[in-house]
Design a protein around this ligand. Structure first.
Ligand SMILES: [Zn+2]
Length: 262
């Protein structure tokens, strides 16, 4: 590495470091990563010992700073989800029967725990401004995410499930010291399940301090009556089969495996 490079930023995670490097290179910035190999070899304790350093040419550091600052959380989340194969582009028949050019295979968010954990860290950072005793996830998608967010924040964890069509807190949890919670969901579409979760918590005298989600695919149209923090807001347009432009243009269609209803 040449002498006239400066450290722009450090990372504890190789995915985010690579994303930033790629972004800067696309913008013509000369960039080097240091400690990348140590970090991946010793990943279990790499965090503090081998922070990945992002070095840039000194005379380009100001531009690089501006680009990295503009590299929003949305960009990171979008890249992680796309890499995981959770955000698919093409031509799909949705469960509703409508056609769309985008499809979210949400179970893939959990398939790679390392990248799911990064998403949970972003949620935990956002939720740190709120005061609550426990993190709640609705079965199944919300369970692993809520557990990881609770672990990161040193909070308790509980989950809800549908029992005889009715949303309930899983029996057996000790709710005595739980007065308020944060609710975590993977994908919010209409917000229906979350609203049921809020009702079943309120019935037990538990307040909801905030709701977090990986993706709000309602395009920002849901209202839970409390703070809602989605990491990524997507507007997913869909059409009736007979007015679908993709059909008209002869784009081959995929029908994703019918999703397991929770
Ligand atoms: Zn179509």
């Amino acid at each position: 590495m040449t002498d006239n490079y400066v450290i722009l930023k450090t990372f504890t995670n190789v995915f985010e470091a690579d994303l930033a490097k790629g972004l800067l290179e696309e913008n013509g910035i000369r960039v080097e990563l240091k400690n990348e190999i140590f970090n991946s070899i010793y990943s279990t304790f790499a965090g503090d010992m081998f922070k990945i350093e992002l070095w840039v040419a000194q005379d380009e550091a100001e531009d690089a700073r501006r680009i990295v600052d503009a590299y929003t959380e949305g960009f990171v989340v979008n890249s992680l989800l796309t890499e995981a194969g959770a955000l698919l582009e093409g031509h799909f028949v949705l469960t509703s029967g409508r056609h769309s050019g985008r499809y979210i295979e949400k179970i893939r968010i959990l398939q790679n725990p390392a990248s799911a954990a990064i998403l949970c860290r972003h949620l935990a950072e956002q939720l740190s401004a709120y005061d609550f005793d426990a993190v709640v996830g609705p079965a199944y998608g919300g369970i692993a995410l809520a557990f990881e967010v609770a672990r990161l924040m040193g909070k308790q964890f509980i989950f809800t499930q549908r029992k005889d069509e009715q949303m309930t807190i899983r029996s057996g949890f000790d709710l005595q010291n739980i007065r308020s919670v944060a609710v975590i969901e993977d994908i919010v579409t209409t917000g229906g399940s979350i609203k049921e979760v809020v009702v079943c918590l309120n019935e037990k005298g538990i307040e909801v301090a905030a709701i977090g989600a990986i993706v709000d695919r309602s395009g920002g149209n849901v209202d839970f009556g409390c703070t809602f923090i989605p990491l990524l807001t997507l507007d997913v347009p869909s059409w009736d089969a007979d007015s679908c432009e993709l059909c008209r243009n002869g784009v081959p269609i995929t029908k994703p495996g019918s999703s397991d209803k929770k």
